[in-house]
Design a protein around this ligand. Structure first.
Ligand code: PLP
Length: 367
C-alpha cells in the first residue's frame, strides 16, 4: 500500500509556545531497541535520567523523576499530593497556567486564594505574602508561557514561611537556571517539550523530603500518588523497583538523551544560547516597529510575546508562515488570542539562524 502524498507530514519549524523541534539526540533515542521497564538496563537509565534531572532542577531531592504524562499531570501531582479539603492554597495568577493551577487545586479540595496580577507582569512576592497568614501551599509559575513573563521564585521562597512552595517550571527547565534547593522550591514540575528539546510526554518532577513527609496520605489520584510512585522511579537501595505502571521506556530514553545533550553543551552555554537568541529576536521585532507584550525586564528569552499590529489579521499571518515557510508560531492566550503572537525559541531552535528566518518570514507575512 502506498501512502498518499497528502499524508506526508512536512518538517515544521516549531517556533510556537511548544512543542519545539527536539534535539537530534532525543529523536534518535526514540529509535533504540525497546527494552522492558524492569530490565536492569532500563533501571540504570532511569537512575541516570533522575540524576540528570537533579542537575537541571538544582536539587539534591531523592524524589526527582519523570512522571509518565505531560506537564499538566505534573501540576495535578503537585496539588493532589499536597492539598486536600480544608487546606489553603495561595496561588499567584499572572497568566493561563496560574489560572489552571487554581482549577486543579480547587478540584483537589483546597480553598484557593487567588492573587491576580495583570497579564504580562511578574508575580509580586509581597502581595502573595499578604494574601493569607497561614497557607498550606503557595504556588506560582516560573516562566508563564501564556504571557512570556519570568517571575522571581526565590522571592517567594523567602516569604513562604511554613507553607510548601509549588513551582511550575515547564517553560524554564533546560533553558534558564533553576535552583530549587536554594530558592526554597518544595515541589516542582516541568514538561519535556520546551527547552529540554524532547517530544511531549513526560513531566520532570521533584519533591523535597519536607513536602513528601507532609503529603496527603491517600490522594484522590492513584496514578499520581507520590507515595506509590517512589518505588517505581527511585527504588530501595540496591535498585529494587516496585511495579506501579509500565514506564514509557522510549520516552525516558529520549529524555535521557536530551538531558545529556544539554549537559554536554553546559548549562551556562545553553542558558546563554537561549538568552542571546531571544534578545536578537526581541530587538529585531522592535526594529520592525512591533511592540512587545511582556513587561520590560521580565521578558522570557525563550518565549516572546508580541502585539499583532493594528489592521493585521493574526490568524492569516500564522497561516501564511505555516504554508509558505513551514513555520509555526502561536496565537495569544486567553483574551489575547488575536492580539498577541507567541514565538518560542527553545531547545535547538535557540540559535541565530532561527532568528533570521523568523524575522524575514514575518516581515514578508505582514507586508
Ligand atoms: N505550565 C506551563 C507554564 C505550560 O506552558 C504548559 C504547557 O504549555 C503547561 C503547564 C501544561 O503542560 P502540558 O501541555 O505539557 O500538559
Amino acid at each position: 500500500m502506498t501512502m498518499s502524498p497528502d499524508r506526508i507530514i512536512p518538517t515544521r519549524h516549531l517556533f510556537g509556545p511548544g512543542p519545539c523541534n527536539p534535539y537530534a539526540e532525543a529523536t534518535a533515542a526514540l529509535g533504540l531497541p525497546l527494552i522492558g521497564h524492569l530490565d536492569p538496563e532500563f533501571i540504570a537509565r532511569m537512575d541516570r535520567t533522575n540524576e540528570g534531572l537533579r542537575v537541571l532542577w538544582g536539587t539534591k531531592n531523592a524524589r526527582t523523576l519523570p512522571l509518565s504524562a505531560t506537564g499538566s499531570a505534573g501540576m495535578e501531582a503537585a496539588f493532589v499530593n499536597t492539598v486536600q479539603s480544608g487546606d489553603v492554597a495561595v496561588i499567584a495568577v499572572n497568566g493561563l497556567f496560574g489560572e489552571r493551577m487554581c482549577e486543579v487545586a480547587s478540584r483537589a479540595g483546597a480553598e484557593v486564594v487567588r492573587v491576580d496580577h495583570e497579564w504580562g507582569t511578574p508575580v509580586d512576592a509581597e502581595r502573595v505574602a499578604a494574601a493569607h497568614p497561614n497557607p498550606t501551599v503557595i504556588a506560582a509559575v516560573h516562566a508563564e508561557t501564556s504571557t512570556g513573563v519570568l517571575s522571581d521564585i526565590a522571592a517567594l521562597g523567602a516569604i513562604k514561611g511554613d507553607a510548601l512552595l509549588i513551582t511550575d517550571a515547564v517553560t524554564s527547565i533546560g533553558g534558564m537556571p533553576i535552583l530549587a534547593d536554594e530558592w526554597g522550591i518544595d515541589v516542582g514540575y516541568a514538561g519535556t517539550q520546551k527547552c529540554l528539546g524532547v517530544a511531549p510526554g513526560l513531566a520532570p518532577f521533584t519533591i523535597s523530603d519536607r513536602a513528601f513527609e507532609r503529603r496527603v496520605p491517600k490522594p484522590q489520584s492513584w496514578y499520581l500518588d507520590l507515595g506509590l510512585l517512589g518505588g517505581y522511579a527511585n527504588g530501595a537501595p540496591g535498585g529494587q523497583r516496585a511495579y506501579h505502571h509500565t514506564a514509557p521506556v522510549g520516552m525516558v530514553a529520549s529524555l535521557e538523551a536530551g538531558i545529556n545533550r544539554i549537559l554536554a553543551e553546559g548549562l551556562d552555554a545553553v542558558t546563554e544560547r537561549h538568552r542571546s537568541a531571544g534578545k536578537a529576536l526581541q530587538d529585531g521585532l522592535q526594529e520592525m516597529g512591533l511592540e512587545l507584550f511582556a513587561a520590560e525586564g521580565y521578558r522570557l528569552p525563550q518565549l516572546t510575546t508580541v502585539m499583532v499590529p493594528e489592521g493585521v489579521d493574526s490568524a492569516a499571518v500564522r497561516g501564511y508562515l505555516l504554508e509558505n515557510f513551514n513555520i509555526e508560531i502561536g496565537a495569544g492566550a486567553g483574551e489575547f488570542t488575536s492580539t498577541v503572537w507567541r514565538i518560542g525559541l527553545m531547545g535547538p531552535n535557540a540559535n541565530p539562524a532561527s532568528v533570521a528566518l523568523l524575522l524575514g518570514a514575518l516581515k514578508e507575512a505582514i507586508a
